[in-house]
Write a protein that binds this ligand. Structure first.
Ligand code: ADP
Length: 489
């Protein structure tokens, strides 16, 4: 028999993909479909859950065919955009409303009310999260309050809520399984970091009926089977996208940290069995759960990373292509005193200043386009360094930083991050770490590897290292200029 294959379903925000991996981590195929973004009002972002399912199924069918049939596929792993909420009818399996996407801010007032009610400390202590519209619970409550079909299904005991992996498991198993892995569940505000299942008190606070929620399961194991493609295929791996990328980067030991530089930047540090308690506004979250045992992570996100380069390209028209930023940065010795503070949609961790606005400081007649573009890339390194300091202050100092995401392909930036955080930066040659992490979990769940460590040794390939080499006085001057510019916004 040929190598068993793993089918990964990677549910992003803008597209859905299906990919085929071998148990040695080789990519054998990819199918991709765009997802429609619905923006019914400013600050609202919705997806059509039926479309997510239909396009996922189409991509999966393409990959099953390429594999030579369902019998060639040993396992399915799912990774997904986190926090997005789907509401559907348990009996019909039909969505009851549009899915509310993680970016959606419509519940900002509800969050404010809860915060003014003095609930934030207790919620943070229990869940590791903050009272922010980003997380799922307030979106569920909004659906119950504003979508009659959702409210009716809840009254009749027919309502199912879930994040995207949960929706896909339900559809793949034709309604037999309603499950969510502990990592995804830990992004809802309804699961305590130390609780095995949904927290009664939190469900009460947010007004979410516990019986509408999925069963909380491990990240690897046999969760259900699908016969939609022919002979049954087991679903054996589930993880939110950032959790999957952390696994796919091989961050399996406490202290190991990865940063994904896409539109925004997401940093997760493995905390092992220690329940993370941040004093610097980082988030505590479940990285994965195996055999009922949890491995935790500390998480910090920066809202603006690649989108700053997009803004230079599309709004300021300083560059034509994102990768041009690299040659421009290299074309000058330094930024000539220019500092860009990219608070274009507020500042994320560790500052959490939604009201902050961006700034370009230190301009003189000596400043050129190249200096401004270089300063924009430098800002990504500075934001990373601010996170590094917050992680260290929370007792999770990084030992090296593994990077991925579209922006990590910029060698100049990778070196500048190494210089600023003063640590080695490691970039894997295979950059699809999210899908690889889901494949690793699915491989473990299907018994193709005995442990994540074994999967990591077998499936993760080579990497390039960037060692810090900036002279300390230069680094200190950069840090000082950044602090000064930050203080002004
Ligand atoms: P996402 O998954 O969030 O859609 P990607 O991981 O695909 O994002 O990364 C794309 C982002 O990275 C874009 O915002 C783009 O501006 C930026 N980007 C891509 N290549 C480079 C590069 N070589 N230098 C700087 N920025 C880049």
């Amino acid at each position: 028999m040929a190598d068993p294959l793993i089918l990964v379903l990677d549910e992003g925000t803008t597209s859905t993909r299906a990919m085929l991996f071998t148990a040695a981590g080789e990519l054998r195929g990819t199918a991709q479909r765009e997802l429609t973004q619905h923006y019914p009002q400013p600050g609202w972002v919705e997806h059509d859950a039926s479309e997510i399912w239909a396009r996922t199924l189409a991509c999966a069918r393409e990959m099953v065919e390429q594999a030579g049939g369902a019998e060639r596929i040993a396992a399915i792993g799912i990774t997904n955009q986190r926090e997005t909420v789907v509401a559907w009818h348990r009996e019909t399996g039909e969505p009851l409303a549009r899915a509310i996407v993680w970016q959606d801010r419509r519940t900002a007032d509800f969050c404010l009310t809860l915060r003014s009610g003095g609930h934030e400390d207790a919620v943070r202590d229990a869940t590791g999260l903050l009272l922010d519209p980003y997380f799922s619970a307030t979106k569920m409550r909004w659906l119950l309050d504003n979508e009659p079909a959702v409210a009716r299904a809840a009254r009749e005991g027919r309502l199912a809520f879930g994040t995207v992996e949960s929706w896909l498991v339900f559809k793949l198993t034709e309604g037999a399984v309603h499950a969510s892995d502990a990592g995804n569940a830990s992004r809802t505000l309804l699961l305590a970091l130390t609780g095995t299942s949904w927290d009664e008190g939190l469900c009460g606070l947010f007004g979410v009926p516990r019986d509408a929620l999925p069963e909380v399961v491990d990240s690897a194991g046999t969760f259900g089977r699908t016969t939609l493609f022919g002979p049954a295929i087991a679903i054996t791996g589930l993880a939110g996208d950032q959790q999957a990328a952390t696994v796919g980067q091989g961050c399996l030991a406490p202290g190991a940290t990865k940063a994904t530089y896409g539109t925004g930047a997401f940093v997760l540090a493995n905390m092992g069995r220690a329940v993370p308690r941040s004093h610097h506004r980082l988030l505590g979250t479940v990285l994965y759960q195996l055999g009922g045992e949890r491995c935790y992570a500390l998480e910090g996100s920066v809202f603006v990373a690649g989108s700053l380069i997009q803004w230079l390209r599309d709004s300021l028209q300083m560059i034509v292509r994102a990768d041009e930023s690299e040659a421009l940065a290299r074309s000058v010795e330094d930024s000539a005193g220019v500092v860009v503070v990219p608070a274009l949609s507020g500042l994320g961790a560790p500052h959490w200043r939604p009201d902050a606005r961006g700034a370009i400081t230190g301009l003189s007649f000596a400043a050129t386009r190249a200096h401004v573009v270089r300063a924009a890339l430098e800002a990504i390194s500075h934001q990373t360094q601010d996170l590094a300091a917050a992680f260290a202050a929370d007792g999770a100092a990084w030992t090296e930083l593994r990077i991925d995401g579209g922006m990590s392909g910029n060698d100049w930036l990778a070196q500048d991050i190494a210089d600023l955080v003063d640590l080695a930066v490691v970039r894997p040659d295979f950059v699809e770490t999210t899908a690889l992490g889901a494949a690793m979990l699915a491989a473990v769940g299907a018994g193709l590897h005995r442990s994540l460590e074994e999967a990591s040794a077998a499936m993760i390939g080579g990497a390039r290292r960037f060692e810090p080499r900036m002279a300390q006085p230069v680094r200190e001057a950069r840090l000082a200029a950044w602090s000064e510019a930050l203080a002004k916004v």
